[in-house]
Write a protein that binds this ligand. Structure first.
Ligand code: THU
Length: 130
């Protein structure tokens, strides 16, 4: 499967810092400009202080001056496609329209595609703050 976002996610997964869980995750996202941003999980000895790969990719996008997701890809050590955790679903929903596709690729190659609204139906959004 040739998938530029998958290639970026796999490349950054190799840099994951996951000495505690040993579960390496890479995430890559594209924006409407065509730029690609990527992140990996970064754990901490104080376990809750670790950050997910998706959070790293989002931080890279914002640091790069962009705030709109076009597509997302997540890879991990699991043979099964790794879905984003609940917190990352909310983080992704902050920057992506409901129809944005998230591709999850397992180490076995199995692929699952879901939209942001399928991952987080009824998301809390800025609309609720008005
Ligand atoms: N992890 C991610 O980076 N993204 C996910 O979507 C699921 C979980 C990380 C967090 C932690 O470093 C490790 O995987 C095990 O939970």
């Amino acid at each position: 499967m040739t998938h530029p976002l998958k290639d970026a996610a796999v490349a950054i997964q190799a840099r994951a810092y996951a000495p505690y869980s040993k579960f390496r995750v890479g995430a890559a996202l594209s924006t409407p400009s065509g730029a690609v941003y990527a992140g990996c999980n970064v754990e901490n000895v104080a376990y809750p202080e670790g950050t997910c790969a998706e959070a790293g990719a989002i931080a890279a996008m914002v640091a790069g001056g962009e705030t709109e997701l076009a597509a997302v890809c997540i890879v991990s050590d699991s043979p099964l496609p790794c879905p984003p955790c609940g917190g990352c679903r909310q983080k992704l929903a902050e920057f992506g329209k409901p129809e944005v596709e998230v591709t999850m690729v397992g180490a076995s190659g199995e692929t699952l595609m879901m939209t942001l609204s399928e991952l987080l139906p009824g998301a809390f959004s800025a609309d609720h703050m008005e």
